[in-house]
Design a protein around this ligand. Structure first.
Ligand SMILES: Nc1ncnc2c1ncn2[C@@H]1O[C@H](COP(=O)(O)OP(=O)(O)OP(=O)(O)O)[C@@H](O)[C@H]1O
Length: 684
């Protein structure tokens, strides 16, 4: 039933509801939401949550029931809250539903208040809604102000945890090395400062040791890991007992973690000699590299428990680390960041590395994006600028100083701007895509050298041919046929030879990958995987038989901590070593740094075939030749960040396959916006 007050207040509005909306009973509204779920505009969960709120409090106003369903829907799209004023003023941005869905929304839209004050009077005091300052009785919803936004309680709690920890960590650490101590260390690591252009890597090193948190963002090849290695050297050179420092390396995926460890170890070994101004001793880098533990996924560090949201490490039983460097931080969602900050001892230093322009995680929240808002413009306070000048010997340009009240997080964040590895045609394409400059991106794709190519033909047979045979003219031709031809060359001589064969096949497979925007449909992951598998079988390169067959590449789709593999890890199904006369069994092989892990397929029930994978799942990985496949229809998943992330997975060659040319332009135009209150929580 509609509450009488609400009905009256809605009818009093100039844009009074259509009678249909105004006379809708709660059961009718809930039935409509279920219908929307059947249409695919909402998830079943979204409609069920509205029903739960109604069940908890049958007098809940319809605006609340519809609002909850929309909030839950937005959560599924990666938002952590629903901005109530923006929902009204920018409806098509937050709810870009198809035309039929829009028409259905139109009919119920008058149920929703148009002004924050009206929302406040509808929601405040509802037994299912809590305001942050009110006692927590387990209300499923939280209403926060300035600006007014509605949360599912879990996200509000996580956001509070993150905001509180970040605020604490952003204060200058009491034991931060004095600028006079830092200066000689940075000069040894980066060369003398005088007469050199501003070096953001040097600034990043200095800022990251000033507080308990450092955020280093930058595009591919801008030297994030190069800087992180120097940062470690800086910490070691300025502490009194460097041999006791416990250093942890982490990333959201196993592949990214392994890559971080290799890059950091390489960078440490090529550092110039550094003498500690504290101890007077020269740092012994090989010893430090030997002491570095294997880099692990965040799930592994935190002790993720399968099928629960619980972690073994938390404030009551924290991680035993002094410095933690986390790469690919753009993939960390709100809940994971809350768990990480909760489990990290307060005195430990946290350094986040990542590219703020990449796709955010599938799960709700875009923490790195929130932290790096405005990073291009610096926003440093006069105090930070003076401290940096003393520590680095370089002055920040005036345009990098804050023009209004300086934000605490800006004082910890540095954006690296010069790409060292990514300056060729792929780099140019990535820059154009990141600017949303479709004309420049298309020109780069179609007129640059053999590194880049585009196929707008819409012919699936051409895509399958590309998947099998690559582009012979490209610096890394790619194509699965070449890689899988080695399947027939399994050595029988020795177990070592067999291991080398497995390692070479895994390496070959990593040189080429198809990345799709979508899962379903002929241009999505499942359709393309099926087409490639069929074509490889047709050419006699594979013999698919049941679910498991030699040459089947798989992606693990669930964390399996007991097996040492995690969601997103990629393996290849190959025979195990068998002594002469014995039948080999099939194993799924994973490369983990320099070692191979073989797991019985029976122990891996949660896997997908992975000739093609989603762009989302490719984050943290790079391939010699990357093929980005866009769908033939637009949709919510397409965005500039998705295209940019796809392009920046390519090391030597990139091919775009886009069956409808206008989809390319549409994708580049659409910049993703994720609702979050983190910045407001931090500034409060
Ligand atoms: N200041 C520098 N001087 C010389 N070489 C550098 C410098 N900074 C980075 N490099 C080199 O540039 C390459 C890319 O650096 P690095 O791997 O640290 O970048 P990244 O930002 O971590 O890249 P990705 O986003 O791919 O992880 C490396 O070979 C590194 O040694």
């Amino acid at each position: 039933m509609l509450s009488t007050n609400l009905t009256r207040s809605l009818f009093d509005e100039p844009d009074a509801p259509t009678p249909a909306a105004a006379t809708l009973s709660a059961p009718e509204l809930l039935a409509t939401l279920r219908l929307w779920a059947e249409q695919g505009w909402l998830r079943r969960l979204d409609a069920a949550l509205a029903a739960l709120v109604h069940e908890l409090h049958p007098a809940s106003p319809p605006a609340l029931l519809l609002g909850v369903a929309l909030l839950s829907h937005l959560e599924g799209q990666g938002h952590t809250c629903m901005p109530l004023q923006a929902l009204h003023t920018q409806r098509s941005t937050w709810l870009p539903w198809p035309p039929a869905g829009q028409a259905a929304l139109d009919a119920l839209w008058p149920l929703l208040p148009t002004q924050e004050a009206q929302w406040l009077s509808v929601l405040a005091g509802q037994p299912t809604v809590r305001e942050p300052q009110q006692p927590d009785h387990g209300q499923p919803l939280v209403l926060a102000q300035h600006p007014l936004r509605l949360y599912l309680r879990r996200h509000h709690a996580d956001e509070q945890v993150v905001a509180q920890h970040l605020s604490l960590r952003s204060q200058a650490a009491q034991d931060a090395p004095a600028p006079s101590l830092l200066r000689p260390v940075l000069d040894q690591l980066f060369g003398a400062a005088e007469g050199r252009p501003l070096d953001w890597q040097r600034q990043a090193c200095a800022l990251a040791v000033r507080a308990r948190l450092g955020v280093i963002t930058g595009g591919p090849g801008t030297g994030k890991t190069y800087t992180a290695a120097r940062l470690l050297a800086t910490v070691l050179a300025t502490t009194t007992e460097p041999s006791r420092l416990r250093i942890a390396l982490a990333a959201p995926t196993g592949k990214a973690a392994a890559r971080l460890k290799l890059s950091i170890a390489d960078a440490l070994l090529t550092l110039p000699q550094v003498t500690s101004p504290t101890t007077g001793e020269t740092l012994h880098m090989p010893a430090l590299v030997n002491r570095l533990e294997t880099a692990r996924t965040l799930h592994a560090w935190l002790g993720a428990r399968p099928d629960t949201r619980q972690f073994a490490r938390h404030a009551g039983d924290p991680l035993a680390v002094d410095v933690m460097i986390v790469d690919e931080a753009s993939m960390i969602h709100l809940e994971m960041m809350a768990a990480l900050l909760d489990a990290l001892p307060t005195q430990a230093r946290l350094v986040l590395l990542g590219d703020k322009d990449q796709l955010a995680s599938v799960e709700a929240g875009a923490v790195l994006g929130d932290l790096c808002q405005g990073a291009e413009r610096g926003g440093y306070s006069p105090d930070t600028a003076a401290w940096l000048q003393q520590a680095t010997g370089q002055a920040l340009p005036a345009e990098m100083l804050a023009t209004s009240a300086p934000k605490p997080l800006a004082q910890l964040t540095v954006m690296l701007r010069e790409s060292r590895r990514f300056s060729g045609p792929i780099g140019q394409l990535a820059l154009a895509a990141n600017r949303g400059d479709a004309a420049a991106a298309t020109q780069a794709l179609t007129q640059a050298g053999p590194e880049l190519a585009a196929d707008f033909s819409g012919r699936s047979d051409r895509l399958t041919h590309l998947a099998l045979h690559g582009r012979p003219e490209a610096p890394e031709p790619g194509g699965y046929a070449r890689c899988l031809a080695a399947l027939a060359e399994r050595p029988a001589a020795s177990e070592e030879a067999h291991q080398r064969w497995v390692a070479a096949l895994l390496q070959g497979f990593e040189r080429f990958r198809l990345l799709c925007a979508t899962r379903e449909g002929p241009w999505g992951v499942s359709g393309i995987n099926a087409a490639i598998q069929h074509a490889l079988a047709h050419e006699g390169l594979l013999r698919p038989d049941g679910l498991w067959w030699p040459g089947r590449p798989v992606m693990v789709t669930r964390n399996e901590p007991a097996l040492g593999v995690f969601n997103g890890d990629i393996g290849l199904t190959l025979p195990a070593w068998a002594a002469p006369g014995q039948a080999p069994t099939l194993k799924v092989w994973f490369a983990q740094g320099d070692t191979l892990r073989a797991i019985s397929p029976m122990r891996l029930p949660h896997t997908d075939t992975a000739f093609a994978m989603t762009v989302h799942k490719s984050q943290g990985s790079e391939f010699g030749h990357t093929v980005l496949v866009l769908p033939d229809q637009g949709g919510q998943l397409l965005s500039r960040e998705l295209v940019y992330t796809g392009i920046t997975r390519a090391r030597l060659a990139f091919t775009l396959v886009c069956p409808q040319r206008q989809i390319w332009g549409q994708a580049l135009e659409k910049l993703t916006q994720r609702a979050s209150g983190l910045a407001f929580g931090m500034d409060a």
